[in-house]
Design a protein around this ligand. Structure first.
Ligand code: P71
Length: 456
């Protein structure tokens, strides 16, 4: 059979409120053309993020009822710990309420002025937590990873030569860890190959530097290894995941992605002293080490989510349905970051709307039109997000993208067909789209709260 079906039946549904263009114009004007400021009830298809937006399974909801809410030593913690260690056999598993809490704790321990943390590409919360300590985050993704139109099976790979040169230049003593983000979200949801993880570990070993994985989308990365890397076609996803983590000394995790839950995360590692220190900080900010800012029921939901996310039928559907969206957009002549990512399709708005200058925010203009035309909410990842410099000046970002992030197990193929139809129609009259301006902005992270208007 060629048709890829959702490998689940729907037991419980949430209504989508249908709106028309006139209503959406009113809602968006009220939100000052910032999609983050819309009420989600006014959105028809919400592709703002795949984080925390998954549908949980009947088995996860059942596990929630098993949650033991004891302050200390809950059996829910032990079930959670066992599920994590089954895939990622680190000695210390420290639950946190989400990914950035794990990052905050880790970098409070190992960051600081004069330190450098290399990665393929740091996600923005990771970079922000590194910089908050005075350390510097460095992106060393391969050159192919920076070219949106170029096809390469593992565009998330780190540049091994540059990593080595970087360690030599800055000195081992100034690099507390090397990181790899799987899949590379900021680089288009692109995977890292097993060979690249293994070679990164070799370099780390040579210099005595621990390797940490930003594990958010580990299962999607494992599936790409299975279908694209020689020698893995017949290896189970579980064993691919175990091999990936066998090269690492620790990980940070936002369970809001590949643990299929709405809230949760963890920090894991083998290092005894760092773990001791991390638990002390955890008690200070998140909670006791057997719940870490979560309820016992959340730990149960993560334990079941980790079993479900490595199932091959699920991953086949997940990756293939994202590719389905990407392929149809390409067929309609819409430029996207290629190949399709695991969790999202990134439209190259700068290439699609060459008549809009980067400083007039082509990505924002496209995202706004997607909402007005069809009630679809996407996220600008470009000059709005990255263009504001610390000195208050503005500069065009490396790319102007619009991310269509796909929540896990939420939308069916007809929802995706609706998105394809809407974008095809917008593309046919793309010359009508105009530039935008910012009428108010905060000093940092302006994309969340800035006000916009059309130019002219
Ligand atoms: C995404 C998010 C969620 C998000 C965060 C900030 C602004 C907008 C959206 C979160 C990630 C991530 C990676 C690779 C760490 C985090 C933080 N991604 N690493 O893509 O993608 O996790 O949200 O649980 O704190 O929409 P956290």
């Amino acid at each position: 059979m060629k048709t890829i079906i959702e490998p689940f039946k729907i037991k419980s549904v949430e209504p989508i409120t249908m709106t028309n263009r006139v209503e959406r114009e009113r809602f968006l004007r009220k939100a000052n053309y910032n999609l983050f400021k819309l009420d989600s009830e006014h959105v028809i298809i919400d592709l703002l993020t795949d984080s925390g937006t998954s549908s949980m399974s009947a088995k996860q909801w059942a596990a929630i009822m098993q949650g033991d809410e004891s302050y200390a030593g809950s059996p829910s913690f032990h079930r959670f710990q066992k599920a994590v260690q089954h895939l990622m056999p680190f000695k210390h598993i420290i639950p946190t309420h989400q990914g950035r809490a794990a990052e905050k704790i880790l970098f409070s321990i190992i960051g600081g002025k004069g330190k450098y943390i290399p990665n393929n590409t740091h996600f923005d919360t990771t970079r922000a937590n590194i910089e908050f300590t005075g350390a510097i985050g460095v992106d060393l993704v391969i050159e192919e990873g920076k070219n949106p139109a170029l096809e390469h099976p593992f565009k998330g790979n780190i540049n091994l030569e540059r990593l080595k040169a970087f360690i030599e230049e800055k000195g081992v003593e100034n690099i507390p860890v090397v990181m790899l983000t799987v899949t590379n979200n900021s680089g288009g949801g692109q995977p890292v190959s097993m060979a690249n993880i293994r070679a990164t570990k070799e370099i780390c070993k040579q210099y005595g530097i621990p390797l940490f994985i930003d594990a958010c989308r580990f299962a999607e990365n494992a599936y790409f290894i299975k279908i694209r890397e020689e020698g893995y076609a017949h290896v189970s996803i579980e064993n691919i995941v175990k091999e990936m983590f066998s090269y690492a000394d620790g990980c940070t995790m936002s369970a809001k992605k590949d643990a299929l839950v709405n809230i949760g995360g963890w920090l894991a590692m083998n290092h005894e002293e760092w773990a001791q220190h991390a638990r002390n900080l955890l008690i200070l900010t998140e909670g006791f080490p057997t719940y870490g800012g979560l309820a016992g029921r959340d730990l149960e939901a993560m334990a079941v989510g980790l079993e479900e996310v490595v199932q091959e039928d699920y991953l086949h559907y997940r990756i293939t349905s994202t590719q389905y969206l990407g392929n149809h957009l390409l067929k309609a002549g819409i430029p996207i970051v290629r190949p399709a990512g695991g969790h999202a399709i990134y439209i190259d708005a700068r290439a699609m709307l060459p008549h809009i200058k980067p400083l007039e925010y082509p990505g924002q203009s496209l995202a706004v039109e997607m909402y007005l035309h069809a009630g679809i909410r996407a996220c600008e990842i470009g000059t709005v997000m990255f263009g504001l410099q610390p000195d208050g000046t503005e500069k065009e970002a490396a790319m102007d993208l619009v991310r269509l992030a796909i929540p896990r197990r939420v939308y069916t193929q007809s929802h995706i067909d609706y998105v394809i139809e809407a974008l095809t129609e917008i593309n046919e009259r793309k010359h009508e789209l105009g530039g935008m301006k910012i009428t108010w902005q905060p000093p940092q992270l302006r994309h969340f709260t800035a006000d916009f208007d059309f130019i002219g």
